[in-house]
Write a protein that binds this ligand. Structure first.
Ligand code: FMN
Length: 391
């Protein structure tokens, strides 16, 4: 449902939200959200891959309902779009995660709370009257890995999302160019840039100090110490045995995020994953990795009978969602699409991002003759290879 803010700002696409986010945020903060790793080839590929897939519409087929609802892990979604975990959302809008939780609940979507949330997972579960998922990592400290799992259970999260593509941090070169750090360092350049964005500056300094609640401890809450501590407990020696450790200690549904190969997908499912998120972390990790939508058909074919498959990375249009569903995904997760929204207008901005994707999906379904999600099947799209065969 389009809200007043969305109408007033004439927000009709995710790209408009991106422009609004760019205007409200200092460049270094916008680039932290928007950017990818190294040469951003994978970042670009995420967008290009969708452009190369064609939709094959039917004509003269009635679509009276254009029903977007579906289920994930047994829960009803009003649209096949969920929100991906994103750290430090409170840096983009005060209590940004709370804004996301509210907007997701209102739209009948699901929020995944990042390990690096600035608001406690428990309070987000209390805010949303629909399921909330918690994202975690495998740390070199097994006790802490277990503590994070227990926190997700205590908070009442319905699923645990284990991110497996963060064993080292991708080099984000826009951040290096801009001198961006967590927290942002005050230099003459950054201060000048921040002053040109007074709305963000006011929010940033007039709200309680931003912290990463899951890493706060030993009396330390400041972002600089926590970011340093977090870097030290990331584990680059992760293995499938660590995955088994997480599976053993988490009783609920387990979702594995960051898979790009069929053999890894099969292994995860054999070892007890309930769902796979085909993702390259929005092009922020391994530059050179394929776009998830390119590998989705093979992964869905390999595991969809035994696990749910979702796609994450590059979704900017409702038609992108339709392409993913046609190629075997049950739903998608959006990262930047909702972050542009939160940075542009808090809860209204996130609501706008979900509303835009829903409206675009309904329009595409009318134009394609697909009345429900189950009408969206493999024959609704043509991959570049399909078109070559047709010629
Ligand atoms: C600012 C930012 C922070 C992120 N933080 C996390 C995180 O804490 N955990 C995680 O698993 N993924 C994180 N991601 C990756 C997203 O979950 C998601 O995979 C990615 O944004 C998808 O690509 P898209 O932005 O093109 O939709 C982050 C992404 C961005 C842009």
């Amino acid at each position: 449902m389009t809200d007043r803010w969305q109408q007033q700002k004439n927000v009709y696409s995710i790209e408009v939200l991106r422009d609004l986010a760019r205007k409200r945020l200092p460049k270094m903060v916008f680039d932290f959200i928007d950017g990818g790793s190294e040469d951003e080839h994978t970042w670009q590929r995420n967008i290009d891959a969708f452009r190369d897939i064609a939709l094959l519409p039917h004509v003269l087929r009635a679509t009276p309902d254009r029903d977007l609802s579906t289920t994930v892990l047994g829960h009803r979604l009003q649209l096949p779009v969920m929100v991906a975990p994103t750290g430090l959302t409170g840096m983009f809008w005060p209590q940004g995660e709370t804004a996301v939780a509210r907007a997701c609940a209102a739209a009948g979507s699901i929020m995944t709370v990042s390990h690096a949330t600035t608001v406690s997972t428990k309070s987000l579960v209390e805010t949303a009257d629909n399921p909330v998922w918690a994202q975690t990592l495998i740390y070199n400290d097994k006790g802490f890995t277990r503590e994070m799992i227990e926190r997700a259970a205590d908070a009442g999260c319905h699923a645990l999302v284990l991110t497996v593509d963060l064993q080292a941090l991708g080099q984000r070169e826009r951040d290096l160019r801009n001198g961006f750090t967590v927290p942002p360092k005050i230099t003459p350049r950054s201060a000048f840039e921040a002053m040109r964005h007074p709305a963000w500056l006011f929010d940033y300094f007039s709200n309680p100090e931003i912290t990463m609640v899951n890493y706060a401890g030993d009396g330390k809450t400041d972002l600089a110490s926590l970011a340093q501590h977090m870097g030290k407990i990331f584990d680059s020696n992760v293995s499938w045995e660590d995955f088994d450790f997480v599976r053993k200690h988490w009783d609920g549904p387990l979702v594995v995020k960051g898979i790009l190969r069929t053999d890894d997908a099969r292994m995860a499912v054999e070892r007890g994953a309930d769902a796979i998120v085909v993702s390259n972390h929005g092009g922020r990790q391994l530059d050179g990795a394929p776009s998830p939508v390119e590998v989705l058909p093979a992964i869905a074919e390999a595991v969809a009978e035994n696990a749910e498959v979702y796609l994450c990375s590059g979704i900017r249009r409702g038609s992108d969602v339709i392409k993913c569903l046609a190629l075997g995904a049950r739903a998608v997760l959006i990262g930047r699409a909702h972050l542009y929204g939160v940075a542009a207008g808090g809860e209204s901005g996130v609501a706008a991002s979900l509303d835009i994707l829903a409206q675009e999906m309904r329009r595409a379904m009318a134009l394609g003759g697909w009345n429900t999600i189950s009408d969206i099947t493999r024959d609704c799209v043509a991959l570049p290879a399909d078109r070559i065969r047709q010629n």
